[in-house]
Write a protein that binds this ligand. Structure first.
Ligand code: ADP
Length: 586
């Protein structure tokens, strides 16, 4: 028996399927895991960014209020401990100023930010002013001025409260109080209470602003007596010598006599001058590093370490290996009975079948069918042997002049030949049934005509046998049937009945509706034999059956024909009394 090539083997196909499923499952899991991890890391990064921002903000606040970093180490250490990160400050040429703890060198690391209250990182603060409001320097009000302003502010607030407008006093970083309204000013209460009158700069502020104006004017580089006036809101106004003189006389607010033409350049000069003015009061700029204490990385990143990679590869490989091993084992188990079946199909004897699954089922069915085929061949050989042996022995006797070559011999030979032909026709019918080529051509058929035809054909035989043949048809039933085939069936039943009924008996063919019955008063069939009468080549009495011209196939063929019509055939009998064969058509 040829082996199936491996690429067509069921095991290979099974293996391909399960490997495919395993790979798909692994890929899906990996995708899900990566998605989840990425989301977690993004969140983690977001968290560390906010951490960085908080640290930056704290350090800028410190730097704005202190001329150096000497007091910063303690708060930095506390903050670092709270975040579980390492915070490092370095000068611009990478000299460590403050380090919250030990860790990898950061000489080449990228700083998280530059801490400089006079050059804010607008990306981190989200504001528009590059100079931190907390860097007040010379604008810091002395206690006396502060108290005076506070008194005025309180009065204004009391007036506002009287008018039904509520507010509160808030100090700016320089110590200047301002009134912040907590309800809307509906009646111009602010103006009526004279709010804003106190916004005029104090002596300290005037001094600082004047110095700033002089610096800005110097920056602008005009020598024509131009003065620069800076408001407490740090807006610069450039005044000609004449304008400045007028202003002094008329006390016109600087805003109203401003010359906007030079304002653009004045703006940048003002900022530069502010920076110069504040520089001595703030801590020098420093590089800020917020890093992981162990790795020195500035962010938590998704890194596949060597160990992790090996673990992933190992697990994936193990899953695939398990899939392959399990599939091959299961596949071989599955295929084993099929192989056994294929190997024994061509040889003698049935295949050994174990198990209860579909394959075992199939193997048993095939075994049974092989057994039937073998039995059929041996039956056919057996059936052919007897008539042929008869023919041969008579012919040999004639050759040896032991028997006369007369009419009687010819008649005997003819009878055997007829038997052989009958047998072969029956076999052809059965073969047609088995091959599925037997076709019935259904047409409306009056049962009365059919019964008449069959009884007419057998009347002669009945007379010779001394048996009375009767027909009873009630009504005019019409069935849908193949006339030739149905006649063959009923004819076979009648001929059987006549053959098994002794002289003086009666054979009755009766019909009503779609049921046709053939009843005889003959020998009958024993109860144990009754189920076998429809089997192929079965006869109650071997020699008698053959002697009377039966092949043992008649009833088997009849049953197939009736079933091809969609009907049923059944037999009932009492030994010694007679038998009834019933055909029911749909
Ligand atoms: P055969 O060609 O031998 O008649 P059948 O298939 O028609 O083959 O019948 C099978 C066997 O059934 C017969 O040999 C006979 O023993 C039995 N049988 C059939 N019909 C009758 C009957 N009417 N009465 C008694 N036995 C019958």
């Amino acid at each position: 028996m040829n082996r199936v090539p491996w690429r067509h083997s069921l095991v290979t196909r099974l293996l391909a399927t399960s490997v495919l499923i395993a790979v798909a499952a692994i890929a899906a899991t990996a995708w899900l895991a990566t998605r989840t991890a990425t989301r977690a890391i993004t969140q983690e990064q977001g968290r560390s960014l906010t951490d960085d921002k908080g640290v930056y903000d704290m350090l800028v606040a410190y730097a704005a209020g202190h001329p150096d970093w000497s007091g910063a180490p303690e708060p930095i250490r506390q903050r670092a401990a709270k975040l579980g990160r390492r915070i490092t400050l370095m000068t611009e040429d990478r000299q460590v100023i403050i380090d919250s703890g030990p860790g990898p060198s950061l000489r080449t690391a990228r700083p998280s930010a530059v801490v400089d209250p006079l050059g804010l990182d607008l990306g981190l603060t989200g504001g528009t002013d590059r100079i931190d409001a907390r860097a007040v320097g010379p604008y810091l009000l002395p206690a006396a001025e502060r108290a005076a302003l506070r008194g005025g502010a309180r009065k204004t607030l009391a007036c506002l409260t009287e008018l039904g407008v509520s507010g509160r006093i808030v100090d700016t970083p320089s110590g200047r109080p301002t009134i912040e309204l907590t309800s809307t000013d509906t009646q111009g209460a602010m103006i009526r209470c004279g709010a804003g009158r106190d916004e005029n700069p104090t002596a300290t502020e005037q001094r600082a602003l004047r110095a700033l104006g002089a610096m800005t004017a110097g920056c602008l580089g005009r020598r024509d007596g131009t003065t620069v006036v800076v408001t407490p809101q740090f807006r610069a106004y450039v005044l000609s010598a004449k304008q400045a003189a007028d202003r002094r006389v008329a006390a016109i607010p600087a805003e109203q006599i401003a010359d906007p033409a030079t304002s653009a350049r004045a703006g940048s000069c003002l900022e530069k001058s502010r920076r110069t003015q504040l520089q001595p009061y703030v801590a020098p700029p420093a590089l800020l590093f917020v890093t992981d204490p162990d790795t020195g990385a500035d962010r938590t990143t998704f890194t596949l370490t060597r160990g992790n990679t090996i673990r992933i590869v190992t697990v994936t490989g193990a899953v695939l290996l398990a899939t392959i091993v399990v599939t091959v084992l299961a596949g071989r188990r599955l295929v084993r009975p099929l192989r056994a079946l294929a190997e024994t199909a061509g040889g003698p004897g049935p295949a050994a079948v174990t198990g209860r699954d579909e394959i075992a089922h199939l193997a048993r069915a095939l075994n049974a069918s092989a057994r039937q085929r073998r039995a059929m061949v041996s039956d056919v050989a057996h059936e052919l042997r007897t008539p042929l042996t008869n023919i041969r022995s008579w012919l040999e006797a004639a050759q040896d002049d032991l028997a006369p070559t007369d009419d009687q011999l010819v008649a005997l030979l003819h009878e055997e030949a007829m038997l052989l032909q009958h047998l072969i026709e029956d076999l052809a019918d059965l073969a047609a049934v088995d091959a599925g080529t037997l076709r019935v051509h259904l047409e409306p058929l009056p049962v009365r005509d059919l019964v008449d035809q069959v009884t007419d054909v057998h009347r002669g035989t009945a007379q010779t046998a001394g048996v009375r043949l009767e027909a009873h048809v009630s009504g005019d039933p019409i069935v849908s049937a193949d006339p030739v085939r149905l006649r063959q069936v009923i004819g076979n039943l009648v001929s059987n009945a006549l053959r098994h009924t002794p002289p003086g008996g009666v054979v009755t063919v009766s019909a009503h509706e779609h049921i046709i019955e053939v009843r005889d008063t003959g020998a009958g069939i024993s109860e144990e034999n009754l189920p076998k009468v429809f089997d192929r080549f079965w006869r109650a009495d071997e020699s008698r059956g053959r002697a009377t011209g039966g092949t043992g196939l008649g009833l088997a063929i009849s049953r197939q024909l009736v079933e091809a019509h969609g009907g049923t055939i059944s037999a009932a009998s009492t030994l010694g009394r007679g038998s009834v064969f019933t055909v029911r058509l749909p």
